[in-house]
Design a protein around this ligand. Structure first.
Ligand SMILES: NC(=O)c1ccc[n+]([C@@H]2O[C@H](COP(=O)([O-])OP(=O)(O)OC[C@H]3O[C@@H](n4cnc5c(N)ncnc54)[C@H](OP(=O)(O)O)[C@@H]3O)[C@@H](O)[C@H]2O)c1
Length: 383
């Protein structure tokens, strides 16, 4: 990668609403290096990008949700988040002749918000192009807090914690799960980005027991040894139901649901207490299926929700934006105090972005799956 070449990832074919992603769905090609910047535009060198389950829905012709647009076949993939370095800013607007004569109707624009070398991430909009270099409008970018750059994971921290994953977990556990002292909490998708954080927040706010559900024995060990979960159960093991029943013998107050499907049916029907709270965070078990979101649920699960008065409303972190500043402040305090462990699974090079998305969908990650596109000098190690 040099400062005059550029590469992008395109969606080369849709997987089909009932298909899993394969390498045939992505292609990497050379593309123009953005050189002609307009006022208010920022040229970004892409350092890290995240891959997110919701991107699977963007590979369909319709995403099924109002806040995400579909990717188009033959066009650059739009990621949901990333971190980059400012290479250049567009020209400042010069004062016009009218301004010079004191005409107050003349436009006055402020100087560029960023300078070369600044580290930035996407602000509220879920938009981060899958290319080595690209331009965004400055209002789509936020400066990364320099104080977090020296913490473990440094510039990756906004993607793995002080961003979408962390806010989803923090606000899901706090505002919807309402976890309090003595609660028994189950987290599915527990070894992933939201899951590892949700379990730790629940413990931080007094949960008596946090039980993780995940897809391998290695992940179970990581949850207990590395993330302080009380216990963890592998849903792919033949003993899953009996081990879960053992772990949930006291009943479950809060279920942080990242996966849906049969796992969630078992948790809700067999183990939740009356007046329990489900944080309906995600339903990844159904993302490769042609069903609406949230997917329909079986009759016995619907009956259990009614009979036990379980609160199971859809949770969307973007509906809690008024709480973001306070949540981010508290989350920053927690990481500075060493209370939260963040984990990252990293792939290297823009060529690996499609692979990384598939890897995460197939459970190959612990913590946040992301891609290191290059370092701040523009170089990247290739396998
Ligand atoms: N509500 C919101 O506002 C919001 C915001 C962000 C994310 N989310 C949702 O939160 C969930 C987690 O997202 P994330 O970014 O943290 O991803 P992640 O958990 O880091 O990665 C996804 C994990 O899902 C598991 N998985 C895949 N297919 C599965 C299946 N059929 N059954 C059970 N588990 C399966 C895999 O782990 P295993 O090895 O355990 O199978 C995989 O590692 C997703 O459902 C996502 O859509 C919601």
């Amino acid at each position: 990668m040099t400062d005059s070449s550029n590469k992008e990832v395109i969606l080369s074919a849709r997987p089909g609403v009932n298909g899993t992603l394969t390498e045939k769905n992505f292609a990497v090609r050379e593309c123009d290096y953005p050189s002609d910047l307009k006022s208010g535009q920022v040229l970004i060198r892409n350092l890290y990008l995240t891959v997110d389950p919701a991107q699977r829905c963007q590979m369909n012709e319709e995403t099924g949700v109002h806040y995400l647009l579909p990717n188009q076949v033959g066009s650059r993939v739009n990621g949901l988040g990333g971190v980059g370095e400012v290479v250049k800013c567009g020209p400042s607007d010069q004062p016009s002749d009218d301004l010079a004569t004191g005409d107050s109707r003349s436009p006055i624009k402020s100087p560029p918000k960023f300078k070369p070398g600044d580290f930035v991430m996407n602000s509220e909009r879920l938009h981060w192009p899958w290319a080595e270099y690209f331009c965004l409008a400055e209002e789509e970018l936020a400066l990364i807090d320099p104080e977090i750059q020296d913490l473990p994971h440094g510039l990756k921290l906004p993607l793995a914690y002080l961003g979408l994953s962390g806010l989803t977990s923090y606000l899901g556990v706090k505002s919807r799960g309402k976890v309090t002292s003595g609660d028994v909490v189950v987290v599915s998708g527990a070894a992933g980005s939201c899951g590892t954080l949700a379990g730790q927040f629940a413990l931080e706010w007094g949960a008596k027991k946090v039980i993780g559900i995940c897809g391998s024995d290695e992940k179970c060990r990581a949850l207990v040894d590395g993330f302080r979960f009380t216990t963890a159960v592998n849903y792919k093991s033949p003993a899953f139901e009996s081990k879960l029943a053992e772990a949930c013998a006291d009943g479950v107050d809060v279920y942080f649901d990242n996966v849906g499907g049969e796992i969630s049916r078992i948790v809700i029907v067999d183990h939740m207490k009356p007046a329990g709270r489900v944080v309906l965070c995600g339903q990844i078990a159904d993302y490769n299926k042609d069903v609406p979101y949230p997917p329909p649920i079986p009759k016995d699960m619907q009956n259990a929700i009614v009979a036990k008065s379980i609160d199971r409303e859809r949770f969307l972190v973007l509906s809690y934006q008024d709480q973001f500043p306070e949540a981010l402040g508290d989350m920053k305090r927690m990481i500075l105090e060493g209370k939260i462990r963040v984990e990252v699974t990293e792939a290297e090079g823009i060529e690996k972005a499609g692979w990384a998305l598939m890897n995460m969908m197939n459970g190959g990650n612990i913590g946040k799956q992301m891609v290191k596109v290059c370092d701040s000098s523009g170089r990247v190690k290739q396998d």
